[in-house]
Ligand binder design. Structure first.
Ligand code: THU
Length: 126
């Protein structure tokens, strides 16, 4: 599974986002060492603070299935520019793999690949 393919999967699930408040649709695709892919979308709530981002939903699905060896996560959002994971999601990803590759794209599906350590250099780890 290469970066482009993972972004394609994130794009495919993006319309499933439940985003009636922000109208900002995000899809995520999380690749594990066993080459399983877990998808996630953002799920909003009328009590706004209860919203969960696409990335964390993908992580929680994988963990729930007993799969916690994360290699890469791809994110596709509805912005014209690149959609990057928020700080909360970066911290949740750091818990499982501080070196995870984070693949982001813009509306033309141009791709950028980062290591989590670039995006969250002084991450909190116990
Ligand atoms: N959101 C994500 O799902 N992932 C991100 O990387 C950034 C933000 C969601 C949360 C909210 O539903 C909407 O995008 C606008 O912030």
């Amino acid at each position: 599974m290469n970066e482009k393919e993972l972004i394609k999967i994130a794009r495919q699930v993006q319309p499933n986002a439940y985003a009636p408040y922000s109208h900002f649709f995000v899809g995520a695709a999380l690749l594990t060492a066993g080459q399983n892919v877990y998808t996630g979308v953002n799920v909003e709530n009328s009590s706004y603070g209860l919203t969960v981002c696409a990335e964390r939903n993908a992580v929680f699905k994988a963990i729930s299935e007993g799969d916690n060896q994360f290699e890469a996560i791809a994110v596709a959002g509805s912005a014209e520019g690149f959609t990057y994971p928020c700080g909360a999601c970066l911290q949740v990803l750091a818990e499982f793999n501080p070196q995870i590759r984070v693949i982001v794209c813009d509306s033309q599906d141009k791709i950028r690949i980062h290591s989590l350590t670039e995006l969250l250099p002084q991450m909190f780890l116990l």
